[in-house]
Write a protein that binds this ligand. Structure first.
Ligand code: FNR
Length: 364
């Protein structure tokens, strides 16, 4: 089967990955309620098209923190792309560049930060987890600035990796060919040690992630870098207001693709309160469950500035390397453009909440 839609790549990826790797990629935390909610909440929202609005040209291009994007679409930070295909992050960053999409490299990328930057042809950010070893984090920040990364995305929903039962069952452990090469090997060692019935990445996070950080610690990081700081993993108006008050440069509404706290709402459902709390002062991004151009359009209509896509990019990578990842991003951009034409909204500025009908709520 030639993949046409993004979900086609999900099946193709599953069939070419080892079961434990597919479980790590596709799984979520707990009962995977939030994982399912992310996708089904988009499906529940009907569209309200307008007609006779001249949609010959629908313009998807935009800017984000001063950088140009072909569409408000980016690649969410995901660890270890080499787990899924030998092209690894070089493949996905090239795909993002070719598609005019933002690329957010994970702190646990399996390719050298500078090599990723050298292969990038579009905007590039680095995601960070706050490790107990602050020196290691700082060193990475310095290297990112030197290599030309445009912003830092600090993930704030992960004081520890949640119980992901698929990984516990498979005893998920990182193989030697997928290493977080940008972090000192000694700090990553646990994630390569197998122990039956446990997840090595969960054990690693308990050992190395710093669960003590608070809002007050953001100042420490800000004082040490001139790069814009974006917080990833905000789900409430309260935290959005605190983020604004602490002077961050952007917010990513995210539940980590259903991989952290199970039971939190779908991100498209949390997005309105964050957008309203921020009031346009900062860019608001969102990720989780985006599988079609209409999903992108719905997030933009609620008020997101850019939408990040996670698993679908790795499905494309797993199936067909760079080309597969690029096709996923291109398809989403083309579907967004079509959705704009068919809803009668020829510019991104036309995308407001009037595009959205009342959700057909079924239990997640
Ligand atoms: C992730 N995610 C993630 N987030 C982060 O801040 N740092 C990371 O290293 C990772 N690693 C990671 C690996 C894999 C395999 C997946 C699937 C996800 C979460 C990611 O950035 C994003 O929030 C979700 O993937 C978005 O949901 P969708 O698009 O996958 O549904």
């Amino acid at each position: 089967m030639k993949p046409l839609r993004v979900p086609d790549y999900a099946d193709l990826a599953r069939s070419c990955l080892a079961a434990d790797v597919a479980g790590y990629l596709n799984g979520g935390a707990g009962a995977e309620w939030t994982l399912r909610a992310n996708e089904s909440a988009y499906s529940a929202i009907p569209l309200r098209p307008r007609v006779l609005t001249d949609v010959e040209r629908c313009a998807t291009a935009t800017t984000l923190l001063g950088a140009d994007l072909a569409a408000p679409i980016g690649v969410a930070p995901m660890a270890y792309h080499r787990l899924f295909h030998p092209d690894g992050e070089i493949g996905t960053v090239r795909a993002a560049g070719a598609a005019g999409a933002l690329f957010v490299a994970s702190m646990f990328a399996s390719t050298d930060l500078a090599e990723i930057a050298a292969a990038a042809t579009g905007p590039l950010w680095l995601q960070l987890y706050w490790l107990r070893d602050r020196g290691a984090v700082l060193e990475l920040v310095g290297r990112a600035a030197e290599a030309g990364y445009g912003a830092l995305a600090l993930t704030v929903d992960t004081p520890r990796v949640a119980r992901r039962y698929r990984d516990l069952r498979s005893g998920f452990t990182l193989p030697a060919h997928a290493r977080a090469v940008n972090v000192d090997a000694a700090l990553m060692a646990t994630s390569h040690v197998a122990e039956a019935g446990t997840s090595a990445i969960e054990r690693h996070s308990l050992e190395r992630f710093d669960p003590r950080i608070t809002w007050a610690d953001l100042a420490w990081l800000r004082e040490r870098t001139a790069l814009p700081l974006v917080l990833k993993g905000i789900l409430t108006a309260e935290d959005a207001e605190l983020a604004v008050r602490h002077g961050v440069d952007g917010i990513i509404v995210s539940n980590h693709g259903g991989r952290q706290l199970d039971g939190v709402p779908a991100t498209i459902d949390a997005l309105p309160e964050v957008v309203d709390a921020v009031g346009g002062g900062l860019p608001v991004l969102v990720d989780g469950g985006v599988r079609t151009g209409s999903d992108v359009l719905k997030a933009l209509a609620v008020g997101a500035d850019t939408v990040l896509v996670g698993r679908p990019v790795l499905w494309g990578l797993a199936h067909a390397g760079t080309e597969g990842a690029q096709d996923v991003l291109q398809t989403l951009r083309e579907e967004l453009e079509e959705a704009m034409a068919l809803t009668g909204r020829p510019t991104l500025a036309h995308l407001d909440r009037s595009v959205l009908g009342t959700p057909n709520r079924t239990p997640y």
